[in-house]
Write a protein that binds this ligand. Sequence first.
Ligand SMILES: C[S@@+](CC[C@H](N)C(=O)[O-])C[C@H]1O[C@@H](n2cnc3c(N)ncnc32)[C@H](O)[C@@H]1O
Length: 359
Amino acid sequence: MEETQKELKCENEEDHRRAKFEIWKYIFGFVEMAVMKCAIELGIADIIENHGNPITLFELSSMLGCSPSQLHRIMRFLVHRRIFIETNTSQSTSPSYSQTPLSRLLMKTGEHSMAAFVLMESSPPMLAPWHCLSARVLGNGSSAFEAANGEDLWSYTIANPAHGQLFNEAMACGARVTVPAIVDKCSDMFEGIGTVVDVGGGNGTALGMLVKAFPWIRGLNFDLPHVVCAAKKTEGVENVGGDMFDCVPKADAVFVMWVLHDWEDDECIQILKKCREAIPKEKGKVIMVEAVILEKDDAKEEDDLSDVKLMLDMVIMAHTNTGKERTLKDWVYVLGQAGFSRHTIRPIDAIQSVIEAFP
Ligand SMILES: C[S@@+](CC[C@H](N)C(=O)[O-])C[C@H]1O[C@@H](n2cnc3c(N)ncnc32)[C@H](O)[C@@H]1O
């Protein structure tokens, strides 16, 4: 008995010791995002890429016109995080830096750039709602985004077109990661389909990629009027402005990616009903691309994306009025209430899964 109590005491002491270190990671949690933003704004990954081979600290600082000592501290942190690699060449006393797959994602341009997503999430209007999250939890009537910015995200992007453009570019970064994963695992879903409407398609990046991968498809990129006004012009894609709560343009299939998570169940059911009305009853389908949050016990299994999905749920809580990420049970509920007779869910190599629902 005494032995067990001693063991428990040791365990508690060890937990307490670990907790005292672990808490600092949370206290300084914002540093990772802030330093990444700094690296993107300075264009460090772009400079190293264009340089072609490892760049010394002095070359980098003279290209940026800044002090090597400040830059060295930024690079030391990013190297420690394995975002860049430090290589010491024998000819130089100055450290040299090269790219990693992660630093390439921080380049301002290029098909794999995630820079706009980092800049959007770290922008003042997106950071401000985090200060209002506890008030939202206590349910004082206002959403965190509204409390911080005076209006909801969609109205805010109308009043602040520069933020709207950054938001759409960030979504396009996400689409460039997710659509190839959809094409890879779900190409059969697009066989025999003449027209696809992308509901909440943003600047049309996702649909443009789908039409390129499946050239027999004619695409309709459907979003709020001010969004489609600024959307890309892509061959095979027509931009259509409107409100998905009123009506969705008719097509053989609806594609709806990262839209339903912005809305609570009743709103989500309304949108899904409009999507169902837009497709033919016999052979139509709605293809949803959304995260599926694993239930507590499943999450322990090897889903290494579980943590990111739960972070995404927090982001949605901070940035939308009513949105949420959904578990399988939640998806089954909204699909049933919207009148779909059956559905399939397929994992892809992304945060989201692909849910195909039939009338
Ligand atoms: C999170 S973004 C997703 C964009 C795109 N589907 C993607 O994944 O890259 C949600 C989109 O829904 C659009 N949206 C919001 N309310 C809408 C409405 N009432 N009707 C149509 N689109 C709407 C927004 O403008 C935005 O482009």
